[in-house]
Design a protein around this ligand. Structure first.
Ligand code: Z5A
Length: 208
């Protein structure tokens, strides 16, 4: 049987990395075969594209170049990792996927949704996540959490208004696709966040 494709999304510093470890333990407890991966990245080539994409640089990066880099990395990732793993029956847990493109390149950079949708079809065919957990917190709190942790990448240097647009798009995506998306209130304590994640995963497993 084909595996399930689960994605985890949100603005900067919402706690994706922290909670992915929790989801991995949940999958182990439930004896599921799974692979954890991330976007942009997940293969040697896609990780190189990630470095190009995130590095702060003096040259301004065109929005189209950024969009194509994201989808070039995704094409390689799907071909080399996501589809083979799902085909083997493993669950794939992916830190960000195409919702991030609609949020960052679409809402953040004001790129047209129909262009993103065309690339989505070209690169993914019919592949879409089965479940998406959207971790949500006010932008200022996320930026503070992320800033305390590491030096900012090219996206983290953006203004608060950019991340407000990103956050609002994620909330809109959740509204438009309630059968796939679950919003997790990530402003709670880690324990509270993980309780919500566990409820969402258990419900998904029971109903899928
Ligand atoms: N990008 C794009 O533009 N288009 C696309 O299509 C895709 C991506 C796929 C890299 O993503 C960038 O790529 C991203 C968008 C762009 N923008 N940036 N930057 P990324 O996912 O690798 O990077 P990120 O969003 O910056 O993730 P992050 O900074 O690693 O954050 P996080 O993983 O969500 O958070 P964390 O590291 O788990 O937690 C942050 C801190 O908060 C840490 O110290 C935790 O201990 C703490 N924390 C976590 N949860 C809590 C709670 N509940 N309470 C208190 N403290 C907490």
């Amino acid at each position: 049987m084909r595996g399930k494709f689960i994605t985890i999304e949100g603005t900067e510093g919402v706690g994706k990395t922290t909670n992915i470890q929790f989801i991995q333990s949940w999958m182990e407890k439930n004896k599921l075969a799974f692979a954890t991966t991330r976007e942009p990245g997940g293969t040697p080539l896609a990780e190189q594209i990630r470095e190009l994409l995130l590095a702060p640089r003096e040259e301004s990066v065109s929005n189209t170049a950024e969009l194509l880099m994201v989808f070039a990395a995704r094409a390689q990732h799907i071909n080399q990792v996501i589809e083979p793993m799902l085909g083997e029956g493993a669950w794939v847990l992916c830190d960000r996927f195409t919702d991030a493109t609609y949020a960052y390149q679409g809402a953040g950079r004001n790129m047209r949704d129909d262009l993103i949708a065309e690339l989505e079809v070209l690169v993914q065919g019919s592949l879409r996540p089965d479940l998406t957990l959207i971790l949500d917190i006010p932008v200022e709190i996320g930026l503070k959490r992320a800033g305390e942790r590491s030096t900012p990448d090219r996206f983290e240097l953006e203004r608060v208004e950019f991340f407000d647009r990103v956050r609002n798009r994620y909330l809109q995506i959740a509204k438009d696709s309630p059968e796939r998306c679950v919003i997790i209130d990530a402003s709670q304590s880690l324990e509270g966040v993980q309780k919500q994640i566990e409820t969402a995963l258990s419900h998904f497993m029971e109903t899928t």
